[in-house]
Design a protein around this ligand. Structure first.
Ligand SMILES: Cc1ncc(COP(=O)(O)O)c(C=O)c1O
Length: 483
């Protein structure tokens, strides 16, 4: 212990820090492959090995480290593993991990500009770099939140504020002058949009799932009909959420047509590009943000496909004033001599305290550079294209959706198995592959049928991992078919 303080002394920190950094360096450099990607513990197994109360006295850090290795690590599902191909595969990259460590060391709370000017200014600058690299309009104001779910919820609350400034004072309950508000997103949109609706008081009845077309994109004609029907029924359409890169198939809603409708109907347009937004950093994929220049708000997640450790979600809006109207509430103790002259990020959302998230993102952007990021994204897209080509050529597998980015939706299609039996077969197939510990796949349902997904997004994933995944699928299919 440092003399006169409760801190560890520098020597102890250095020793423990080196141990940890050495372990991380090895983990990121292939050590992760020694662990089964999907944790093999039963529910309650980790907790059962932990003491039921905290230690009374200080423990030896060596013992804490040993328990991390023996108890915690076996219960970890290794998202930062080259075989992690479930959900949206992600990467906590070296620069991102270091930025995160520094952020913890500084431990600033960037709630106000004054409480850490660099946190606010670096955040606004980094978000502006990304805005410009994504070719979004100059007047898009961007800041960080923890997740896309929160970003979209904040955007919907801003839309609500724009629609009826009285809500701030009077709320919505029991008002005869305020018709029920409705939000529209495709039936392929992430569940966070419906969750946002219920959180801001619209209820699930205020959420409208618009049907999709043959390629899992929002059917804009159906959207127009639903908006008209709601108006005719005395409801008040509020906002449309377009998805660029849906969770199941990564389909891209027709944003230009949706933007046109929103303009004609006076609706807020929010774009959820949580996963695919990063792809737009490559000129050949920029098409996916076409029309987004007309959006009122847009979210994309650097913690999804921009090699930044979770959590970091970039929320842009062309109406920062409306966000401030929706959320700013400044008690005396949070006023400063520069209040009103600077950006105080607490004014743009619900939370007061804010981590210095921009630091890890800055580290990633600088250490990889735009060209380096593009090259990494392209590698993932190319591996996905190779996997899709294999599915298309394999007699016992079939593709279930287009694969515009780095996710492939497919299923096994052995002869003679149909309907629910085919769904069960695919679920069993996936569990068998996942039991290998070498890869981890997840599933979804597309038009009522089970689809498996291979999602590529980890920097350590290489072609031989995809080859192994194909082998495991073929071997497991052969085993199941032979029963
Ligand atoms: C399209 C889309 N939007 C939102 C989310 C939610 O992201 P978060 O976990 O950052 O809330 C996801 C998660 O996969 C997603 O795919």
């Amino acid at each position: 212990m440092s003399a006169g303080s409760g801190h560890w002394d520098a020597e102890l920190f250095r020793r423990e820090g080196h141990r940890m950094v050495d372990w991380i360096a090895e983990y990121l450099d292939g050590g992760n492959r020694r662990h089964p990607v999907l944790a093999r513990v039963a529910p309650g197994e980790v907790a059962a090995r932990l003491p039921t109360s905290m230690p009374l006295g200080a423990e030896d850090p060596e013992a804490v480290w040993r328990d991390f290795l023996d108890i915690v690590l076996p219960g970890v599902t290794h998202w930062n593993h080259p075989g992690f191909m479930a959900y949206f595969s992600i990467t906590g990259s070296g620069p991102g991990v270091l930025g995160e460590m520094l952020s913890a060391a500084l431990d600033v709370n960037g709630m106000l500009w004054r409480t850490c000017p660099a946190a606010t200014e670096l955040e606004l600058t980094v978000l502006d770099w990304l805005r410009s690299a994504l070719e979004l309009p100059d007047d898009f104001f961007g800041f960080l939140t923890d997740t896309a779910s929160i970003s979209s919820m904040l955007a919907l609350a801003a839309a609500r504020e724009a629609a009826d400034p009285e809500i701030r004072r009077r709320g919505m309950a029991g008002r005869s002058d305020l018709p029920p508000l409705t939000v529209y997103a495709s039936d392929q949109a992430h569940s966070s949009i419906a969750k946002g609706c219920l959180t801001i008081g619209l209820g699930l009845e205020g959420f409208r799932a618009v049907p999709h077309d043959a390629e899992f994109r929002m059917d804009v004609a159906a959207l127009a009909r639903m908006v008209a029907a709601d108006r005719a029924a005395g409801r008040r359409p509020l906002a449309v959420v377009a998805t660029v890169g849906t969770t199941s198939t990564t389909s891209v809603d027709p944003v230009p047509a949706i933007a046109e409708l929103c303009a004609a109907e006076g609706l807020w347009l929010h774009v959820d590009a949580a996963y695919a937004g990063s792809a737009a950093l490559c000129p050949e994929h920029r098409w996916c943000l076409d029309g987004c220049e007309r959006a009122d708000s847009l979210v994309f997640n650097p913690h999804k496909w921009l090699f930044t450790p979770i959590d970091a979600s970039a929320l842009y809006t062309r109406h920062p004033d409306i966000f401030r109207r929706a959320f700013s509430l400044v008690p005396e103790y949070l006023t400063t001599p520069v209040s009103g002259q600077v950006v105080d990020l607490m004014d743009y959302g619900v939370q007061l305290g804010r981590r210095f998230r921009a630091l890890k993102l800055w580290w990633v952007l600088r250490c990889f550079g735009l060209e380096g990021i593009r090259e990494r994204l392209r590698r993932h897209v190319a591996m996905a294209a190779g996997f899709a080509a294999w599915v298309d050529a394999a007699p016992d597998f079939e593709r279930l959706a287009p694969a515009p980015f780095s996710v492939v939706c497919f299923r096994a299609r052995p002869a003679g198995i149909e309907g629910e039996a085919l769904d069960r077969f695919n679920m069993e197939l996936m569990e068998r592959v996942n039991a290998s510990g070498e890869v981890f796949l997840s599933h979804t349902k597309l038009d009522g049928s089970v689809s498996l997904r291979v999602a590529i997004g980890n920097l350590a994933t290489v072609e031989s991992d995809l080859e192994r995944c194909r082998q495991l699928l073929e071997e497991s299919l052969a085993c199941l078919a032979a029963r």
